[in-house]
Structure formats: structure tokens, C-alpha cells
Write a protein that binds this ligand. Structure first.
Ligand code: PHE
Length: 445
């Protein structure tokens, strides 16, 4: 990545960063996490984490990237030299870039599944579409070769785009696709709300019921906030490197967070009414939830087949724009380090990620009995990346910008007015750092 390339216009950064943020995390993961973690308590903790931790941490990541204008690792290095602080901070970038590859390995498996649903239209005249869709999903999960095919295809496209380079590869395409997906999810939630059980959904999602709140639920809600916002591993830092000089960090980050949250909540409102009005579907279905639920909604919709295709195409593209950002930090670093072509680098990284992804695919079938700490391979990888690595990465970003960097430097680079700056630092320094720390401590005890 040459450091002179900057995206033109303010909207490209917003679209690319929200392209990274909005993805399977919102539409696939958020609903099933809410379903498996008892509903509203999870949602409320999630929303608090988004505001109290996500907002300041994301702004800090953008600040580092925009200042450094290189891969997260070298941006951090530049930052340490300029401010004469320990060079070890660059390990934060390496740790994040690695987390990105680990996440990508299973992200690509589920993105591949979503891709396969573009071509999967249910036969007409089904008596019970919801039991058909559950059976179909079980069948898909039990077929490693089919899953490997879609995983490979999705990962190849991701590598191809990152190989071309982020500015050329996604700078333009996100302009139309992101708004289209957003509109679609909102329309779908209106349709579901009108035809399914909206009351049950709203009380499940929002009526304050803290009886199911456990340390594990709090940790998962925090992990989900990091995952959904793409923070804690350098993706947003990597994109910050292309942000136009004059663009304001505070306002921009606020918009991205709002958009991401709106999409996640709309996905919840689109999915739960269908679950609550079909006895063969369960909120606790886990990772298969959207794959079992949404086809049922499309089945009953006029021109459903057409909408189903459009929807799964859009979701695949949303996943693609997130996957790109998972691969970018490591690739950009290798490019600067080894000074060889991006196209060659992504082949090697892609192969590594591909192999790791096979492990996740096997967790559904051949390896389903294999356990690490009572979790299968996929669940273990998901736990380590989402609930440990991302929050840990975020904790260190918050410590770096809130506690270690000179206040004057942060102020010059973040360009907030005095009042907002004070609030920002207060949150970063005490609330974000403190709460990540406490949640870790609480869930270890
Ligand atoms: N935020 C993305 C999503 O919600 C996933 C992601 C996580 C992307 C971390 C980059 C970094 O789908």
C-alpha cells in the first residue's frame, strides 16, 4: 500500500468502514447471539458496550491509522517514534492482524454458506417450509465437501480483491451496495413485523429482563460489540490510513456506529417475528438461525424467490466487504515488510486461512465430538477471537490513546472541540478501559 493513496471525498471512508462493520456480524451473528443469550439483557449490554467502549475505541483506531497512513503495525511504530514511547506497541498491531486471519477462517465458511443460498430456492408447494428449511440446513452442515467448495470460492474472491488493493478494489463498489443492503434489511424487517409476531419480538428484544444476565452473557455481548464494529484488530485502523486529511473523526465514527447498530437491530426485527410464529423454529438455533428462518419468510412473500436471491447476494457482498478488512491488516504489513507484490502475499495468507477454515467446517460434521474446553473447534476459535482477542486489542488501544500518548498529540489529531474532547478522554481512560478490564475479571472469577 503506498501511503500517498487517499480516498477521494468523505463518503468513501464512511462507506468502506461501514462496509467493514456491517456484515455477517449484524445479520447472521447478532440475531443468533441474542437468541442464545436470553434476549433483551444481551441486547441492552450490547448497546451499552457499543456506546461506552465501541465509540471511543473506534475513534482511537481511526486516529492511529490516519496519523500513520500505513498498515496498522507500521502506523503504530511511527506513532511510538514520534511520541517517544516504547516500540513494543507495534505488537498490538501484529496481534490484531493475526486475530483478523483467525476470524476470517470461519467467517469465510459462513459467508460461503450465505453465498450458496443465492442458488438455493425451495421447491414450491411445501406444506411446512420451516421444517424443510431446518432439514435443509442440517443437510448442508453435514456435507463437508459442499461447504469446502463455497468456503474456497468466497475466500478466493476475497483474496483477489485484497490482491488488487483496497483503494481500487473496494473504494468504488461499496458506494451502491451498502445502501442497497441497508434498505433491504429495513424493508424486510417491516414485512416481518407486519406478518409475524411483532409483540413477542419486541418484548424479547427490549423488555428489560435481567434474569438471564450472567458473566458469560456480558462477555459475549461485549465480544459481539467488538466484532460487529470491526474493532480491536486493526481493520478500522487500516482504513483510517486512507481517510482524507480534513475529514472529522468524531462525526464520522458516530455515523458508522449508528448505521451498524441500526442494521443489527433491523436484522433482529426481521428474524424474530418469523421464529415466534413458527413452532418448528427456535430462538436458540445458534449459527443456523438465519439460514433456517429467512428462507421461510421469502417462501411466503410474493416474488419470494426473486427477493431471496437479491437478499443473499447482498449479504454475500456485505460479508465480502468485511472479509476484505479482516485480511487487509496482515497483507498490508507483509507488503511493507517483505516488499513483494500483494498478489503473491495474499496467495500464501489465503492458503493458511483456507486450511484453518476446514477445521471449522469439520466442527459441523467429522469433528463434531472433538472438544477444547468443552467447545468444538469452531466455537473455540470464535470464543478466543471474539471474547478474548478483540476485547484485549481494544483494551490496549484504549490504554495507548487514553493513558500513554501525550494529551496534546491526541488533541491535535482527533480534532474535537474542547468539551467533546474531555468527554472522549474521560470515556476512553476510565469507562472503556475499566469496563473491558472488569468484564474480563468478572468472567474469569
Ligand atoms: N464487523 C464485521 C461484521 O459484522 C466482522 C469483522 C470483525 C470485520 C472484525 C473486521 C474485523 O460482519
Amino acid at each position: 500500500m503506498s501511503n500517498t493513496k487517499i480516498w477521494k471525498g468523505n463518503s468513501t471512508f464512511i462507506l468502506a468502514a461501514s462496509g467493514s462493520a456491517v456484515g455477517l456480524g449484524n445479520i447472521w451473528k447478532f440475531p443468533y447471539m441474542v437468541g442464545s443469550n436470553g434476549g433483551s439483557a444481551f441486547v441492552i449490554v450490547y448497546l451499552i458496550c457499543i456506546l461506552a467502549i465501541g465509540l471511543p475505541v473506534m475513534a482511537s483506531e481511526v486516529l492511529v491509522g490516519k496519523f500513520g497512513r500505513q498498515s496498522p503495525i507500521n502506523s503504530l511504530k511511527k506513532l511510538t517514534i514520534k511520541n517517544q514511547i516504547s516500540e513494543y506497541w507495534k505488537f498490538l498491531g501484529i496481534f490484531g492482524a493475526l486475530a483478523g486471519l483467525l476470524i476470517l477462517s470461519y467467517y469465510s465458511v459462513f459467508a460461503g454458506m450465505a453465498f450458496s443460498y443465492v442458488f438455493n430456492l425451495f421447491p414450491s408447494g411445501l406444506e411446512n417450509p420451516s421444517s424443510y428449511s431446518s432439514a435443509y440446513f442440517s443437510h448442508l452442515s453435514a456435507s463437508p465437501l459442499v461447504l469446502i467448495f463455497w468456503h474456497s470460492l468466497f475466500l478466493m474472491i476475497t483474496c483477489l480483491i485484497v490482491g488488487i488493493g483496497v483503494v481500487r478494489g473496494i473504494g468504488r463498489s461499496v458506494n451502491i451496495l451498502m445502501p442497497a443492503l441497508f434498505l433491504f434489511v429495513v424493508l424486510l424487517s417491516v414485512y416481518s413485523a407486519a406478518t409475524g409476531d411483532l409483540n413477542a419480538t419486541l418484548s424479547f428484544l427490549f423488555s428489560p429482563d435481567f434474569s438471564s444476565l450472567t458473566p458469560a452473557v456480558i462477555l459475549s455481548a461485549m465480544g459481539q460489540a467488538f466484532f460487529s464494529l470491526s474493532i480491536g484488530m486493526g481493520a478500522i485502523m487500516a482504513y483510517g490510513a486512507y481517510m482524507p486529511e480534513k475529514q472529522l473523526i468524531g462525526k464520522t465514527v458516530l455515523m458508522i456506529i449508528l448505521l451498524d447498530t441500526l442494521v443489527a437491530l433491523s436484522a433482529g426485527i426481521a428474524i424474530f417475528p418469523i421464529v415466534f410464529s413458527n413452532s418448528s423454529l427456535a430462538v436458540t438455533a445458534g449459527p443456523g438461525l438465519i439460514f433456517e428462518t429467512l428462507p421461510v419468510a421469502f417462501y411466503s412473500l410474493p416474488m419470494g424467490a426473486f427477493f431471496s436471491i437479491i437478499f443473499f447476494v447482498l449479504i454475500t457482498i456485505a460479508a465480502l466487504s468485511s472479509a476484505i478488512s479482516l485480511l487487509e491488516p496482515f497483507t498490508a504489513w507483509m507488503e511493507e515488510l517483505l516488499k513483494i507484490k500483494r498478489k503473491i502475499i495474499v496467495i500464501f495468507i489465503g492458503l493458511f486461512v483456507w486450511f484453518l477454515g476446514i477445521g471449522s467446517i469439520f466442527s459441523f460434521n467429522i469433528w463434531s465430538d472433538l472438544r477444547f474446553m468443552n467447545l468444538n473447534f469452531l466455537e473455540f476459535l470464535d470464543f478466543v477471537t471474539n471474547n478474548v482477542m478483540l476485547p484485549l486489542g481494544g483494551l490496549f488501544v484504549a490504554i495507548l490513546v487514553g493513558w500513554v500518548l501525550p494529551r496534546k498529540f491526541v488533541k491535535e489529531n482527533i480534532k474535537l472541540n474542547n468539551y467533546s474532547f474531555k468527554v472522549f478522554i474521560f470515556f476512553l481512560k476510565y469507562i472503556s478501559t475499566g469496563s473491558i478490564f472488569l468484564v474480563f475479571l468478572y468472567s474469569l472469577l
